[in-house]
Design a protein around this ligand. Sequence first.
Ligand SMILES: N[C@@H](CCC(=O)N[C@@H](CS)C(=O)NCC(=O)O)C(=O)O
Length: 232
Amino acid sequence: MNRALDVATSLAASAARLGGGMRVGPLGRRPKRRLELYEFEACPYCRKVREALSALDLEAMIYPCPKNGPRFRVEVARRGGKMQFPYLIDPNTDTALYESDEIVTYLFDQYGDGAVPLALRLGPLTDVTSMVASAWRPAFGARYQPAKQPAKPLELYSFEASPFCRIVRERLCALEIPYVLHNVAKGSPSRVAFIQRSGKMMVPYLADPNTGTAMFESADIVAYLDRTYANA
Ligand SMILES: N[C@@H](CCC(=O)N[C@@H](CS)C(=O)NCC(=O)O)C(=O)O
């Protein structure tokens, strides 16, 4: 897909959700230990959870589970008993949940003010708009593409509504590369530390501790991931 079409369809995906995952809302207590999320980018139910993480300014360890992915899908079945996504683990409360609505409610209870934003509590309408978002880019972030596994997880600064971040998340997902997701949506208190680290407020920003690489620009990041991890 050419770059302009790539960005346009990714933008359309965000528009379908009316910018859900763009802005931080009221925050509650912060988790001491990082949340873990098994998901895949093209899954509309996973998107709801990712929007919640952005709105709540939460970090998560992301284990991408593209279809046919050899690693993390089986881990979900082993840990939770079935291969269904999203699957969230909160080591702070020893909680493990499958259903997206339950996960979203849980996250706003634990780490927000208890109120789920309207766009995430419209039941079937929330699901349908999230499906429309996925439908714009059905071929991306859904299927596994053989890749080398990094020794250490990568780090991605992102927020759910950014079309450029989506393009990078899709690639990480297809290659089944685990990463720490740092959400820095608009209004995020985490932006201060991010700017100190990266030098400016722009996402996506990828850091790879395996190679000492850190970079902006979605197209460059995708090219880097392909060059470094995709099997030829
Ligand atoms: N009601 C569940 C539905 C979850 C669901 O159907 N997830 C799909 C992915 S979008 C799934 O796990 N499919 C099995 C697979 O991908 O192998 C929820 O809201 O979390």
